[in-house]
Design a binder for this molecule. Sequence first.
Ligand code: HEM
Length: 376
Amino acid sequence: MRKICVAELFSMKRVQSFQSVREEEVDLLIESVSGSATLANPIDLSKCSFSLTASIIFRIVFSKQFQGSELDNDKLQKLVFEAEAMLGSFCNSDFLPYVGKVIDWFTGFHTRLESSFHELDSFFQRVIEDHLDSGPTKDDEEDIVDVLLRMEKDQTQNDAIQLTKDHIKAILKDIFIAGIDTPAINMIWAVAELARKPTAMKKAQNEIRSCVGKKGKLTENDVSKLTYLNMVIKETLRLHPPGVLLLPRETMSQIKIGDYDINPKTRIAVNVWAIGRDPDIWDNPKEFIPERFIDNPIDLKGQHFELLPFGGGRRICPGINMGMTVLELALANLLYFFDWKLPIGMREIDIDMEEKVSLTVGKKTSLMLIPIKYNM
Ligand code: HEM
């Protein structure tokens, strides 16, 4: 099932087919930040980044606008954070037969879980019904729901897996939870780290501005030339991988890790946050130094175990291409069009880097910075 979805939903071809959506949404973000830049007031970049990734996911998944939708105005953020909190919490009934269920009822966990599930489920149900009502879509205009409904319709009884509406909703939920928050979190950590290190910020801006020149427009085609920006993103993902423990694994046989004998069916969590800060692997591990990736072959594709922000193996993030493209495009645009100043009276070291721990680990407080329009 995952194989089919990866081939259909996250292939390079499909990711490319949504290029115009990403570029249009980033342009809208830049337009809205430009409006605030004239006032020279700090803006809430955390909110902007969540709204950008939500807008992109809404359009590629449902062909719907996020702004003005029933989940706009912080409602979606609350829903996603609540679903992440539930997935990241200890669920007693998973581990303690019978008694666990009673404990979950008693603590209120069960009610929270049900309410989070029903809100998302009824939203996806409406989305699917809308798509069915509006009939088939042309191949080159398909969104992700269209693709999933087509796969359901075209399957035969001989197929090994029978795709149902519940499967479709589960896939949509996965994309929603995994695809909106993670790139937004990374965008914020990257800008926060750059704001704390003005030399790196300037270096990234100089690279972008000399590459794009006075064109006044920065597209995905420009991004592949930005090597320093790519190092900034790698360094951010080393220090701040959003999914710090990856998805849980279960051992299939008796294995040995270091000096430990691990039994079959043991649940394993891989702490990529700790690996990224391991002093045996990285010099000055707590320092933000994008230059450490110069002439360094380590990449993000799950082959180098020193750096696994997208995981690895069979469960590696299927949205890696989409996530990286959104991150690169949005950051490049924010750094091309604006210089970023700290609110009055604030120093670089005052930027709060405290983490908010849930299923993902983001910046606890909003990142507030003043955008200054760059004169080309
Ligand atoms: C910077 C951006 C992103 C980061 C750092 C990230 C990271 C991750 C990680 C660490 C995992 C677990 C992998 C493992 O355990 O080996 C994961 C899973 C997943 N990601 Fe991403 N992700 C990002 C963007 C996206 C985007 C944009 C989408 C979709 C559009 C997406 C969809 C998914 C899905 C569906 C899964 C679950 C796969 C499964 O259940 O096997 N991700 N992601």
